[in-house]
Ligand binder design. Structure first.
Ligand code: PMP
Length: 400
């Protein structure tokens, strides 16, 4: 018989556990640089002005209702998100070869994609960068797929180990899936160069490996939504089949609204229709259909030229603040006379900097300086404010 007494305690989430300890710390010096969410210059969560405007317009539109969306989600959103990802002129989009379903943000898109692969391509091995966003292994593993790591970071240089990456991928069996971060790799902040991406496309094509892109930061890396989509669009331009999970958590700050999409680029319009039917069969028994509100906000911002322009300006402001915090942190650490080269802080891209601090050093930062980050030494630069830079820099200096 079922008795819930038998249920064992699960381990705390690596990042959410840090947040719990931070909230319990009432020191005025305490800093939380663990969260994967943007904070404004006062350290507060930010709702974009353009999001507020879109929400207002949605609320005032009497023609809207609360009926269920279709299984695949909001039609206007699906079309807009496809164009946002691949570009309006993309051949695959024009030829109707992209199967797009709205998803419960990036995580949900990855999970639906993983279930689809597990159902139709059982035995597929999924190659995931080392290190990566912690959830990747569980998402693909829980869907029943075998996972393997490929080399990504060179810990000594805190840069990309491109040779190691290529060597590992060369050994992947044909038909394997390769998870690639489109930009602003989490947690390392290290992306391949344009030239390296060219070589990655060639290798994947030659070895018959399927790219599964995780696009969680389009526009959030450089401030330019087209520039940040470079890798996806490069693969698309080569006529590659691929999967792309998109998230609007960061670039629109819609975290809790759970807005995202899964795109499957197919070789033909016929295959696209069949894939679409199968994606719906994955979704229907899982959560039936996705929520309306966030997708309506994103669709409006993506398709209204005025809102889209305003979004661009706000996004630029966010990216500029992150860049200023990178510069500020690097300078503050260098000012302490800390040994070593700290240029990686300004070289890395996106909201995180991978410090290379050990788990012991991270523990000491927390215990002695009230600075909270995950044990892999990843600092959320977007969580820093000017008034905390010196404190964080001095703490880093002293734990080295
Ligand atoms: N992929 C990566 C690389 C991420 O960093 C995140 C957010 N931490 C996600 C996917 C998914 O986030 P969400 O489900 O909020 O879109």
């Amino acid at each position: 018989p079922i008795s819930f007494e038998k249920v064992e305690q699960g381990p705390p989430d690596a990042i959410l556990g840090v947040k719990t300890r931070f909230l319990a710390d009432d020191s005025p010096e305490s800093v939380n640089v663990s969260v994967g969410a943007y904070r404004d210059a006062q350290g507060k969560p930010l709702v974009l002005e353009v999001v507020r405007k879109a929400e207002k317009a949605i609320l005032e539109d009497a023609s809207r209702n609360k009926e269920y969306l279709g299984i695949a989600g909001d039609v206007k959103f699906r079309q807009a998100t496809q164009e946002f990802c691949f570009g309006a002129d993309a051949k695959s989009v024009k030829e109707g070869r992209v199967a797009t379903v709205q998803a419960l943000s990036g995580t949900g898109a990855l999970r639906v994609g993983a279930e689809f692969l597990a159902t139709h391509f059982a035995g597929t091995k999924v190659y995931i960068p080392n290190p990566t966003w912690g959830n990747h292994f569980k998402i693909f593993g829980n869907a029943g797929l075998e996972t393997a790591k490929y080399t990504y970071l060179n810990p000594a240089t805190r840069g990309l180990d491109f040779e190691g990456m290529m060597k590992d991928l060369e050994q992947a069996p044909a038909g394997s899936v390769v998870v690639l971060h489109v930009c602003a790799h989490n947690p390392t902040g290290v992306d391949p160069t344009a030239e390296q991406w060219q070589k990655i496309v060639d290798l994947l094509t030659e070895r018959q490996l399927l790219p599964f892109f995780d696009s969680a930061y389009q526009g959030f890396a450089s401030g330019d939504v087209d520039k940040d989509a470079y890798a996806v669009r490069l693969f698309e331009s080569k006529g590659q089949q691929m999967m792309v999970a998109q998230s609007y958590s960061k670039n629109m700050g819609l975290y809790g609204e759970r807005v995202g999409a899964l795109n499957v680029v197919c070789p033909s319009a016929g295959a696209c229709a069949r894939v679409m039917s199968q994606l719906e069969l994955v979704i229907r028994p899982m959560y039936s259909n996705p929520p309306r509100h966030g997708a309506a906000i994103a669709a409006l911002i993506l398709t209204d030229p005025k809102l889209r322009e305003e979004w661009k300006v706000e996004l630029k402001g966010i990216v500029d603040r992150i860049l200023a915090m990178r510069k500020g942190l690097r300078e503050a650490i260098e000012a302490t006379g800390a040994p070593g080269d700290w240029s990686f802080i300004t070289d890395q891209i996106g909201m995180f900097t991978f410090t290379g601090l050990s788990a012991d050093q991270v523990a000491s930062m927390e215990k002695n300086y009230h600075i909270y980050m995950p044990s892999n030494g990843r600092i959320s630069v977007a969580g820093l404010t000017s008034d905390k830079l010196e404190h964080v820099a001095k703490a880093i200096r002293s734990v080295l």
